[in-house]
Design a protein around this ligand. Sequence first.
Ligand SMILES: *[C@@H]1O[C@H](CO)[C@@H](O)[C@H](O)[C@H]1NC(C)=O
Ligand SMILES: *[C@@H]1O[C@H](CO)[C@@H](O)[C@H](O)[C@H]1NC(C)=O
Ligand SMILES: *[C@@H]1O[C@H](CO)[C@@H](O)[C@H](O)[C@H]1NC(C)=O
Ligand SMILES: *[C@@H]1O[C@H](CO)[C@@H](O)[C@H](O)[C@H]1NC(C)=O
Ligand SMILES: CC(=O)N[C@H]1CO[C@H](CO)[C@@H](O)[C@@H]1O
Length: 384
Amino acid sequence: MHLIPNIVWRYLINDCFYVCLVKLLTFVQKNPPTVTVFSQINITPIPVLYKKNFTKLPVWDFEDVYLRNNEARKPTCPKSLQNTEDPKFKEAVLPDVQLWLYKGLLNVAEWNRLAHFNNPFGFMEYKYNEVKRAVDLIPKPKSTGILPVPESSKDDCIRCAVVGSGGILNNSKMGKEIDSHDYVFRVNGAVTQGYEEDVGNRTSVYVHTAFSLYANILMLKKYGFNSIPQDEGIKYVMIPEGLRDFEWIQGLLQGKATNGSFKGVRPLKYFEGKFNESRFYVLHPDFLRYIRNRFMPSKQMQGIHWAMYRPTNGAFALFLALHTCDIVDAYGFITEDHHKYSNYYYETLKKTSVIFFINHDYGLEIKTWKKLHDSGIIRLFQRH
Ligand SMILES: *[C@@H]1O[C@H](CO)[C@@H](O)[C@H](O)[C@H]1NC(C)=O
Ligand SMILES: *[C@@H]1O[C@H](CO)[C@@H](O)[C@H](O)[C@H]1NC(C)=O
Ligand SMILES: *[C@@H]1O[C@H](CO)[C@@H](O)[C@H](O)[C@H]1NC(C)=O
Ligand SMILES: *[C@@H]1O[C@H](CO)[C@@H](O)[C@H](O)[C@H]1NC(C)=O
Ligand SMILES: CC(=O)N[C@H]1CO[C@H](CO)[C@@H](O)[C@@H]1O
């Protein structure tokens, strides 16, 4: 929590008024508070806004304003994303954007801002108390950078691999290379057992939603996905894609069965006794909206199905890596020649084609990964 420092208030009260007010506003603008300054004012939640009342994405004048974290990591790695020479990327990126949602970050004033945006970019159509109950259980991360610079690093750089589940990894023999990174991010059905040669076996950060945990364990058993990654010290990062994720969080952090969409399910069971709150993180809706607005705005947002569109879990994981690592290599992400491969790398026997779900824009993802690769921001695994 960052409020206006006392010294600024004292200065304001003692010495001047108008001039200092301008100075104060400039200060706030340059050092955006992680929590809105006006949170003490007694206000009530705004009336609920409904997606179906909008025929395309509504754009508010605070659409492109995001919480910032003044304790964000300041990388000293010369090759860090913050030192990129790509002018467009440099202009779009906010190295101090707030990554995490946790207790203390949701009050009525914040709610009234975020209730203008559809999920997972905000809380449109939800009820304040339903979300607040869950958010207030999420512990504040001990440090803002979730991944420390490795002690063995000679250049202060954090090197990460982000592994998607694309069929391009079948018979790729990339396992050793992936595992040689300081940290390995995986998402969704992150099967490694039996596929180590192609995808490696380490997982440092596992990115998921309530649905992806629930569905992948059910559906991918036949491919050897019996449990989610359990590496020592692993960080579990949740994308709160809908209300059901907040219900899930409540069950998880209270050690109970969930109510609502996954009624009766005990989220803790997926962690097989190894769950540790201090390694559990929930992405902030502002971070997700920032990714959509600045890096992956889809034409779908202008149509009647605007509220369905969101980047894939893999896309959010890749951008999370770009904001927590210095050097990012992406494997198993969709490429132009995806028709040559199966949908997923674990489908080694029968070739399946990529299923294009309406809630994602795969054409845009293909272009985005290629562009990031061509401008040297990530290294994208491709085959020729
Ligand atoms: C991954 O494989 C290596 C080499 O076979 C092994 O030493 C290591 O323990 C494995 N790590 C995990 C997390 O399974
Ligand atoms: C679910 O509802 C029951 C009955 O109202 C309640 O006792 C339980 O605490 C709820 N579980 C969670 C995770 O909120
Ligand atoms: C949870 O993880 C933290 C940080 O890694 C550690 O300090 C703590 O001892 C762990 N708690 C349990 C119960 O394992
Ligand atoms: C996976 O790779 C192997 C070896 O190249 C190949 O025989 C197989 O057909 C591939 N599987 C699919 C589903 O593409
Ligand atoms: C202004 C307007 O059309 N409001 C409608 C939005 O959607 C809700 C829920 O369906 C309706 O009750 C409102 O009348």
